[in-house]
Design a protein around this ligand. Structure first.
Ligand code: CA
Length: 535
């Protein structure tokens, strides 16, 4: 059933034309390869043309070039669909309950624990981290780091360079690319390197580069079929959210007021675009579905413009690798910390086990090894990244990591015992979006989901074959009784395998009180969540 499908796109031959003749030089794969990880925040597959979404929202020629020259993973899934936890999972190769970073509210990464950059560093790799970090504690395991504090700003960002505050000018996506290229040019050429180039974009509030304002010529975007989802027949958890375009969209999200930190000259350009459009919107006094539609189109303009800038910088970074003569012996990996809703179910944001936020882009180019234009449909995860990087670098994989190296898949081989299911666990509640904690099991076709806290005990069964848009709950349907039983057993098996059988600590859900919960003073003292196990 699971076959690594391979096909060479005719297009790839054209796109690959500017690359050196790397496919004919397998010897390059013998030396320890360099690793460039280009990482985005909240970039979803629907916004990447290589993933071929039916709305055709955006062309991303530079990102697509990686797909044409390497492997496109069609089903790379996350284990806890939210920023900080995904990053902690990538670094450690462990689930949130094993690395201690559960949520974006009160978690702090314990930088003393084992991470793959530390292991690469101790094996002689030079390691650099540039851009968004978001794990609160200072980075460890990097020879050089130049990061945004916290979420960072879209314009003229303050940054922290090896512990020292610095001020950068310009659009943050461009700045991160420039700093990454600068680092490449001054690296030690005698040693292999790891460069993690991590964008803030296209995270909320989706603020475009000023050069991209109006890039879409006021296009009216095709709507997802579920823009006005009624959640009929679904768990109360799904209906009782706070992340809809109809209710949670702020003035900043809508660009009815400007993002912070622009210069007066930049603000003038910003006002020239948004000003007249905002005036027209306010005069129209839209309500109901008309208001949602206006917000959806504004959201698409802004979000996709942010991705457009990312795509341009991917092209610049790939060109810099070629200019440096490093492209042939560098594995380039492109991904994001999770997917995102682009209006599906009427939502923005992420968190849910549903496909749009569960699935994240993953493209890998390994010259001489990855078959150009190949597609892998296996269930892989960002849980697998750490072990992949270790195997690429020829470093033994520690036994306590919980993923699996993707190197065989990159070579076009699918191990006969490759996973057929993945375990998922989301925690943060009730702020910021009232998405209830849930755990579940994911297979190629089904998802069994348990909403278990704090005021709920409900199950859902999703069937992607019968209901690709995930608008129905088949859990109580007698026709699904057998599969429900099988998935219950598989969920229990996975919980034991990943050692997530204990009740999570109260702090795993964040600091905010649940409704009816006693105030913090009289509640049991939350366990500090920054500590990871296994030290
Ligand atoms: Ca994110």
């Amino acid at each position: 059933m699971y076959v690594l499908t391979r096909f060479v796109l005719l297009l790839s031959l054209v796109l690959a034309g500017s690359m050196p003749a790397i496919a004919q030089s397998p010897a390059t794969a013998g030396a320890r390869p360099n690793i460039v990880m280009i990482f985005c925040d909240d970039l979803t597959c629907q916004a990447i043309s290589a993933y071929g979404e039916s709305r055709h929202l955006l062309e991303t020629p530079n990102i697509d070039r990686l797909a044409a020259q390497g492997v496109k993973f069609d089903r790379c899934l996350v284990t806890n669909s939210i920023c900080g936890p995904s990053r902690a999972t990538i670094l450690t190769g462990k689930y949130s309950h094993r690395n201690g970073f559960y949520n974006n509210s009160n978690s702090k990464f314990d930088g003393s624990q084992q991470t793959f950059p530390k292991l690469l560093q101790s094996a002689g790799y030079q390691t650099a981290l540039i851009g968004k970090w978001h794990l609160i504690s200072d980075p460890t395991g990097f020879d050089f780091w130049h990061i945004l504090p916290g979420q960072g700003l879209y314009y003229n960002p303050p940054m922290i360079k090896n512990g020292v505050k610095v001020q950068q000018d310009g659009y943050t996506t461009d700045v991160i690319c420039d700093l990454s290229i600068d680092w490449l040019r001054q690296r030690d050429r005698t040693r292999p390197f790891l460069l993690m180039s991590q964008h803030k974009a296209p995270h909320r509030e989706w603020a475009p580069a000023l050069r991209h304002l109006g890039w879409d010529n006021d296009r009216v975007y095709p709507e997802p079929a579920t823009l006005f989802d009624t959640f009929e027949g679904r768990s109360r958890a799904v209906a009782d959210h706070d992340m809809g375009l109809d209710r949670t969209f702020t003035e900043l999200d809508a660009k009815l007021r400007p993002s912070p930190n622009m210069t007066p000259e930049q603000l003038e350009v910003w006002n020239a675009y948004y000003g007249p459009r905002n005036a027209e919107f306010l005069a129209a006094d839209l309500k109901g579905k008309d208001l949602v539609r206006w917000r959806y189109n504004r959201y698409m303009h802004d979000y996709l413009a942010c991705v457009k800038a990312v795509d341009e910088t991917v092209g610049r970074l790939l060109q810099a690798l070629e200019d440096e003569g490093a492209a042939e012996n560098t594995v380039v990996m492109f991904s994001s910390d999770q997917g995102f809703f682009l209006g599906e179910h009427g939502w923005f944001d992420k968190r849910w086990i549903f496909e749009e936020s569960l699935r994240t882009p993953l493209l890998v180019r390994w010259p001489g090894v990855t078959e150009p234009g190949s597609v892998c449909g296996e269930i892989v995860s960002l849980l697998d990244f750490a072990q992949t990087f270790l195997e690429l670098a020829g470093i033994e994989q520690p036994g306590d990591m919980q993923g699996r190296s993707l190197v065989p898949l990159l070579r076009g081989e699918v191990p006969s015992d490759w996973r057929k299911s993945l375990y998922y666990h989301y925690y943060e509640f009730p702020v910021p979006h009232r998405v209830r904690p849930h755990r579940g099991v994911i297979t190629e076709r089904y998802k069994l989901v348990h909403y278990y806290k704090p005021d709920i005990d409900e199950w859902e069964l999703l069937d992607r074959a019968a209901d690709p848009e995930e608008t129905k709950n088949f859990y109580a349907d007698p026709a699904y009784a057998t599969i429900v039983g099988e998935l219950h057993r598989e969920l229990t098996r996975l919980q034991q395998e990943v050692q997530d059988t204990e009740e999570p600590p109260r702090s795993a859900f964040g600091n905010e009180r649940f409704e009816g919960e006693p105030p913090a003073e009289s509640a049991p003292k939350p366990k500090r969540s920054g500590k990871g196990p296994g030290k």
